[in-house]
Write a protein that binds this ligand. Structure first.
Ligand code: URP
Ligand code: ZN
Ligand code: ZN
Length: 582
């Protein structure tokens, strides 16, 4: 293990025991199901005590979190670190990428192994492990791409889901024709295999054939600039593929996770599919969608416009960013990733004369949490509990690493962010920790950022000072048959729909402490929200509870009210299952 050059203290594995102890005092602990004023005591990388008036050994370092929120470290379910695609290699490798993640409050990333066509999945997986294991500054997991189909791929999928490899999710592409795209037959085979293995299929939903045809037409008409990228793949092209992916998953009786959902049309199609399908359908959106928009493609500077090229693209409809925040708040979407896939200016220039050759991808691993906080929490769209759900806990549940990750509770990993909701800063490539030379959120002011980030008990962001250690992170195995996805116990013949939903509320009201909040040794019982659940897993409004549609959450009130109001319990959104399309 090497220590970051900026580090002025070495606190790797062989540190003295007193340095393995940490107390976070006077903060407000926020989990996905409630928040309460509690102290957190950490020893040897694990949360050992949560409560008040804790008895702590002498010599323990104390972090005063007065006025701060103490949240589970973020889990970014979608990164591409050290990926080679479209003739270029991403700027952020596993060291710089995870270092940037930690700087922004993310303590676990899940990256994608993307095999070449005809390459063994196991071989690609081993390559990824070799690239990542010695470099990661925080824990990481792996999804594996199914980029071609054959009986050998099916066999390797099975092997990858064993304890030895620890993979429980596979990504299939409906776009990138002649590269990673599967046709509907092969996609069906891959999704059926996932269902057999109780692994989660993830889909990049865009119609690759239509994109290819539109690209030919645009280039023939002389449209070669980055705006052509967006024109070649409008919302309908995404919406159609979302619907098709859902139909294919339904035919396979499989749950489905749709990655990087970028448009209102896509979310609408997902909602519609939920009204008819029994298996759970999860939707992920991106920091890019929430914090930027499709007007960037019309910027006259090639570098600027090309830097925003990702697939699916940012949308020209200016109401999209807010709609995506609302979809996250209302549980129409379940999580937010970064899809961090950064390319230097010189690499983006590969597409100077042909937009279809611009390597696809943007930054976000560092700014994902601050951007969502700014756009959704500071605006009153989302409360801090829902923020924790969509940035951390829901990913932990779906990928079956909860409550080890995604929860501030006794026995959980000490992956914690001490969030200062008043910290103001301006995002810039000049100051970001990522390796890439552009930031799509350049110049945006955010209020709310991490002050301390603790990774496995180690203070890696120390009052704003980044002190990561290269190779400190571990590979995280993700077991199959996640209760959040498949319901019930291992081997259950039929999923139990009432357990499948991760409906988390988005507004808060005053209330009594959640009865189970003090019992931090939680297990999977939290998957169905405690309280009066409807048969679908949504909670019903309790007597006297405010209509949450009309309530406004104020972060300043919540934090300023620390002395008078010690706990806030999350309530359910009204409407129950399938609350309709927007
Ligand atoms: O444009 C994107 N999203 N680049 C990364 C590869 C992918 O499709 O996720
Ligand atoms: Zn994709
Ligand atoms: Zn991606």
């Amino acid at each position: 293990m090497t220590v970051d050059v900026n580090a002025n203290s070495v606190s790797g594995i062989n540190i003295k025991s007193s340095q393995n102890r940490l107390l976070i005092k006077n903060g407000k602990v926020v989990n996905d199901d409630g928040m309460e004023d509690l102290d957190v005591y950490i020893e040897d990388g694990i949360i050992k005590q949560v409560g008040r008036n804790l008895i702590i050994p002498g010599g323990t370092r104390t972090i005063d979190a007065t006025g701060k929120l103490v949240m589970p470290g973020g889990i970014d379910p979608h990164t591409h670190l050290e990926l080679e695609m479209m003739g270029a290699k991403t700027a952020d490798d596993f060291y710089k990428g995870t270092r940037a993640a930690v700087a922004g409050g993310t303590t676990t990333v899940i990256d994608f192994v993307l095999p070449q066509k005809n390459q063994s999945l196991l071989e690609a997986y081993s390559n990824w492990r070799q690239l990542a294991d010695g470099k990661v500054c925080c824990d990481y997991g792996l999804h594996v791409g199914v980029t071609w189909w054959s009986p050998s791929v099916k066999k390797e999928m099975q092997q990858l889901t064993t304890e030895q490899y620890g993979v429980n999710s596979f990504k299939m592409f409906m776009a990138y024709k002649d590269a990673w795209m599967l046709d509907d037959y092969d996609l069906s085979c891959a999704i059926e295999t996932c269902a057999e293995l109780k692994a989660l299929p993830m889909v990049h939903a865009e119609n690759g054939h239509i994109i290819a045809r539109n690209t030919e037409k645009l280039l023939a008409a002389g449209v070669t600039g980055p705006e052509g990228h967006q024109l070649s793949r409008d919302e309908e092209v995404e919406g159609e593929a979302v619907n098709r992916a859902c139909v294919i998953a339904n035919q396979a009786r499989s749950p489905l996770y749709i990655v990087h959902m970028m448009s209102k049309s896509a979310v609408r199609m997902l909602q519609l599919a939920r009204t008819r399908q029994r298996q759970p359908l999860f939707g992920e959106t991106l920091a890019a969608t929430v914090g930027s928009d499709g007007s960037q493609y019309r910027n006259s500077c090639f570098r600027h416009a090309a830097a925003h090229v990702l697939s699916p693209p940012l949308r020209p409809d200016p109401s999209t960013p807010q709609a995506m925040c609302e979809a996250l708040a209302d549980d129409h979407l379940q999580l937010i990733g970064s899809d961090n896939c950064t390319f230097l200016e010189k690499d983006k220039e590969l597409g100077k004369d042909n937009f279809s050759k611009i390597p696809n991808g943007v930054n976000g691993v560092e700014d994902r949490m601050a951007i969502l906080w700014q756009k959704a929490v500071n605006t009153g769209i989302m409360d801090p509990c829902r923020f924790v759900a969509v940035t951390s806990s829901t990913a932990a549940k779906i990928f079956n690493i909860w409550p080890q990750k995604g929860r501030v509770a006794v026995n959980s990993d000490a992956d914690i962010v001490v969030w200062d909701p008043r910290l103001e800063r301006t995002i810039s490539a000049a100051t970001h920790k990522q390796a890439v030379d552009f930031n799509i959120f350049e110049g945006q002011q955010v209020v709310g950022s991490p002050q301390f980030v603790i990774v496995g008990g180690r203070v890696c962001l120390d009052d704003g000072e980044l002190r990561v250690a290269e190779g400190f992170g571990k590979f995280l195995k993700t077991p199959t048959n996640s209760p959040a996805v498949f319901g019930g116990e291992a081997g259950a013949a039929e999923p139990q729909p009432e357990l499948l939903h991760l409906h988390m509320p988005h507004k808060v009201t005053n209330g009594t402490p959640s009865p189970d909040f003090g019992n931090m040794n939680k297990s999977m019982e939290g998957l169905s929200v405690s309280g009066c659940s409807t048969p679908t897993g949504r909670k019903m409004r309790e007597p006297g509870q405010r209509d949450l549609q009309t309530s406004t959450f104020s972060i300043s009130k919540e934090v300023e009210g620390l002395d008078t109001k010690t706990s806030v319990r999350v309530r359910n959104p009204p409407g129950g299952k399938s609350s309709g399309l927007w």
